[in-house]
Design a binder for this molecule. Structure first.
Ligand SMILES: [Zn+2]
Length: 330
């Protein structure tokens, strides 16, 4: 570690070890912080409030401050951030912090990094087993419906009873694990209430729709008619294809199976085969019924949800070349 003035050394010690009790000491009372994207915090209390939410997605994090350039009271520090998300995805990125010291305390800090790249990295799915555990833990700790069932947070998914459409339609609010500004969108259930999606869920939905669209053949130069489902337009843009809204048919036929309760589940390829968005679902066939545990519905987790679809899994590789497994609707 390079030579730092004590306040800056203590700053990194506090962040890396989450010593929030000692953190106020390093700041001047009238300190200010300018974050990327124009966020401006004035006064020590407001500055301190910046940190916990920024670090919240990273239960494991370390700011490796590897160079420090001094010019009078201004210190420019290059940092490699290394961390891990709740789902176990490793994330690292470069950042630059510019500190201005006053009387040995931090009077001003501007901090720079690529916000979009960090957000994308933080939302990259983690290992499948970890994601399944997180869904079960979240349902057990925050869903009134699953709490009512006495769900054990350490239970194996395959040991759990299924959840039925009647369970969900009977009391959709009992499945909600989030409220207020943490809700990005509500998904309406046929006039019988709604389930909330978190901002992460809404982001994942666009990622899943993009994969579905690419599997259907959407790419630059193709025209895709709008299906009017949330996130669809953003997903079309991400493929590079052109969106056609207001009716008419595009150059690519897109047929996506997306029950309101579970989000996008499958997509038809050019061979007319139904492919499963397998990374984001644990799909089972129980008594001929498609049963899924969606991994991207944190706002209203569903464990082994028995959809209204009957079907079966299909073995072997599809002629379209997609690596996604196939299934068939009965
Ligand atoms: Zn195919």
């Amino acid at each position: 570690m390079p030579e730092f003035p004590p306040a800056i050394a203590q700053y990194f010690d506090c962040i890396n070890n989450e010593r929030w009790d000692a953190f106020p000491e390093v700041w001047a009372a009238d300190a200010e912080l300018v974050g990327v994207g124009g966020h401006h915090y004035r006064g020590r209390e407001n500055v301190l409030g910046y940190y916990p939410p920024v670090l919240a997605p990273f239960p494991v994090h370390f700011d490796d401050a590897y160079t420090c350039y001094a010019d009078g009271d201004v210190y420019t520090v290059e940092i490699e951030f290394r961390g891990e998300t709740h789902e176990g995805t490793p994330v690292s990125f470069e950042a630059v912090d510019v500190f201005t010291l006053r009387d040995g305390k931090i009077g001003r800090l501007t901090t720079w990094y690529d916000v979009d790249a960090v957000r994308d990295a933080a939302r990259r799915p983690g290992p499948r087993e970890t994601r399944i555990r997180r869904v079960i833990e979240r349902a057990a700790s925050r869903s009134p419906f699953y709490q009512g069932r006495g769900l054990d947070p350490d239970a194996e998914l395959s040991s759990l009873p299924t959840t039925t459409e009647a369970d969900v339609l009977g009391d959709p609010a009992a499945f909600a694990t989030t409220a207020g500004p943490a809700v990005a969108r509500l998904t309406w259930l046929d006039g019988q209430g709604a389930l909330p999606l978190t901002h992460g869920d809404a982001y994942d939905e666009v990622r899943m729709l993009r994969l579905a669209l690419e599997t259907a053949g959407a790419k630059r130069g193709e025209i895709v008619a709008s299906l009017g489902i949330p996130g669809f337009e953003a997903a079309v843009a991400a493929t590079g294809a052109t969106l056609l809204s207001g009716g008419g048919s595009g150059t690519v036929e897109v047929s996506i199976l997306a029950p309101a309760e579970t989000g996008p589940l499958g997509v038809e390829c050019a061979q007319g085969q139904l492919h499963l968005l397998a990374d984001d679902h644990v799909l089972e066939v129980i008594d001929g019924r498609l049963v899924t545990t969606p991994l991207c519905r944190r706002g209203a987790p569903l464990l082994r949800y028995a959809t209204s679809e009957s079907g079966s899994l299909v073995d072997g590789q599809c002629a379209c070349g997609s690596p996604l497994p196939r299934f068939a609707r009965a």
